[in-house]
Structures are given as C-alpha cells and as structure tokens.
Design a protein around this ligand. Sequence first.
Ligand code: GDP
Ligand code: MG
Length: 441
Amino acid sequence: NLSEKLDSVFKKLRGHGVLSEDNIKQTMREVRLALLEADVNFRVVKEFVATVRERAVGQEVLKSLNPAQQVIKVVRDELGRLMGEGEENSLDLAARPPVAIMLCGLQGAGKTTSCAKLALQLRRQKRNPLLVPADIYRPAAIDQLKTLGKQLDIAVFDSQPDRDPVLICEEAQRYAELNGYDTLILDTAGRLHIDEQLMAELVRIKDSLQPREILLVADAMTGQDAVNVAETFNAQLEISGVILTKLDGDARGGAALSIRAVTGKPIKLVGMGEKLDALEVFHPDRMAQRILGMGDVLSLIEKAEAAMDQEDAQRMEQQLRQDGFTLETFRDQMQTIKKMGNLESILKMIPGAGKAMKQMGNMQLPDKEMKKIEAIINSMTPRERRDQKILNGSRRLRIAKGSGTTVQDVNQLMKRFGEAQKMMKKLQKMGPKGMKNLMGR
Ligand code: GDP
Ligand code: MG
C-alpha cells in the first residue's frame, strides 16, 4: 500500500540529520518505486519525481524546517498541485435551464449510482433535477435508475428501450422544459471496454444536447486502467471533469493522482460508498495527505516550532534520552506541552499515533488539572518519580495528603501516565533523531 511504503521512506528520511543531494536522490528513487507500485501512471511519476527533485535540490534550506521536513513539504505540495489544489472544481451549471449534465464511463464504474447521488445533491441545493436513463443496452439499466429515483422521490424520465438514446435525450430535454425541471442528468450506456460504436453514440448525444458538464465516472479501484479510460474519453468527448468512485474501498491514490495529471481535467466529485448520500466534493489537499499517509506532520511541525525554541527541544530530547519518560520528565515538559495545545491534539498529528490515541481516550489537561498534577508529582520523592511501580497504598495516601488531593486523584494520574508512557514508547520507536526532527531541531 502506497501510504505504508511512503511512510517507511519518510521514516528513513527523518533519521538523517542533514540531507545531501545524494539523500534526495535516494529518497526520490524510493518515492518513485512506491508511486509506481500504487499504480500511478509512469509518465506522471516521472514528471513528479523530476519536479520534486528539482525543487528540493535547488531550494535553500529554510530556517524553520530541517532538510528532511523540507523534502516532505515539497512532496506534499507537489502532490496537491498535481491533483489541482487551489483550482476551481465545482460543477458549472450557470446556463439557461434545463442544464444538461452527462455522465459517461465504462460499465460498472458507478454511473447510474452517481446519477442518483448527484440528483440528490442538486435537490438539496434547491434544484429540480430530472434523471434520464439513456442506457438501452442493458435490460435492467432503465429499471435500476427508476428504482433509485423512486427511493429518492426524484423524477425519472420514462425512456423507451427501443428508441435511439439520442432521441431519448432530446425528448427528455423537451419534457424538462415543459415540466419545469431545471437540470437533466443523463445516465449513458457503458461497455466493458472502450468501443467505437459507443463513443460515436456519446458524441452524438453531446452534439445534440450540448451538456454543460460532461463527467467521466471512473472507478478508483481500477488504477492504471482508469487513467487510460480517462485519456480516451477526454480525447473523444472533451470531458469537463471526473467523478472518481469507490474511494471508500482500497485506499490507493494512484488513479486520483494520474487522471488529473494526464487529462488536465479536474476531479470534481468522489464516491465514498454505495449509499446515495456518499458523494463528496474532491479535496486535493486531503487526497495528497491520504496518499502520503503521514498524518498532519507539517502542521505538527509548525505548531511545535511556534511554541518551542531550539533549547527547549534539545533539553527535552536529552532528558527523554537520559531518563526515559518518567513522572519527572513529564512534569518538566508539561509547560511546553501546554504551550503547544493539549497533548492529545499534538499526538494525534503524529503518524500512527491516531489509533493509539483513540484507545487511550481523552487526555486533555486543563489548567486546573495541570496544577493538580504538578502538585502531586511535587509531593513525590525523586525515587517515586523515577519508578512509579513502588507507589503502594500508603505512599499514595501520603502523596495525596501532601499535595492537597485525594488518593483517587493520584490513582487517576498514575493510570493516565501509564498510558502516556506506552505512547511515548511507540513514538520513540521512530528513533531519537526522528523525535528530534519531529519536534523541530
Ligand atoms: P454503472 O454500470 O456505471 O452504471 O455502475 P453502477 O452505478 O450500476 O454501479 C456498479 C456498482 O458499483 C454498484 O454495485 C454500486 O453500488 C457500486 N458503486 C458505485 N459507486 C460506488 C462507490 O462510490 N463506492 C462503492 N463502494 N460502491 C460504489
Ligand atoms: Mg448503469
């Protein structure tokens, strides 16, 4: 899986203090292999790697990021750019009604389902859509759309299966005009493979109805194939955008990445499930993040940098390395952690830590709570702080009395601390250098 692959690449990267040109080369070689394995189009990979390498090598190392972080940032930015970050990708329906939206694509890609999903979405935007079944080749296709329409209480044009699909669409258009439907959603036929006869039919529908949007429906699970399909449909029909379906399944980002790059057409919507409300706007930045699978590393870096100066970070790291994560280091770091927001929100952003956090429950430390914790830890002897295993009942009672808290408070802190300790062990598996890089050098 691409996310895991890149994750391991970046783990290696984080381990390096200084990044040389060789490091970048080596890293980009691995990124290249990872992308190829995730079914990203080879032309896209080639271009991607070249761009990132050029940017990473040519760039002066920013003061706020170390070289490894900087390469990660370039990779992420470039992924986002490739998928159309910052570009307009909403549907353009600004035309005299009825506005036609034509969905096309191979059989099984999710056209009929997406037509229904789209109709539901448009109705929620106060439009009045008419669904038009124009797939007369599969006997059940018309019924499928009728059933979906009934389910959503959205009108479906009564297409006759023995008529030419172009005529059906023209009739539907007239029907919409007469009956006050402002949007036509055309569910066209698909084939198992690209087929000239089908293409010719789609071109005729296009020429006759002049749809405002021609959306290719592509199955994200088919990876590289989806890219070839997109290229062909775009060449023949000049599509206006893509609906990428089945992104709820296997998390490979290969198709999303390549389709946009190869066709130059934006992914406008994504299908996130079989349910009829599972159609979402496409977010390039989120997809880039998902492909990288590295949590929100960059904003973690930013947060940490804002709150911590280098000395703090060094002291913290050295202390952790020397003593491990003890109650004493915990207390000393609490102020820093407070500056960075709550511990949970920090840990959540670290790759792989999200799941562990969920099991751990809420670890928020409000001010009052912080003071209590500090008081409890202050009432312990140095030995107790280093080894909480010796904290028996009578010691806990003494600590509670000394800190003006209850034994329950002490117990609760110990429980929480134990969980935090487990978490730190996980983080430290990334290695001290990895920690250091994450926390800002
Ligand atoms: P068509 O041949 O292109 O019209 O494809 P259909 O709309 O009939 O869909 C084919 C299958 O894919 C159906 O079983 C749908 O439920 C399923 N499907 C469509 N979109 C999605 C999606 O976004 N996620 C998932 N998991 N399944 C989908
Ligand atoms: Mg269909």
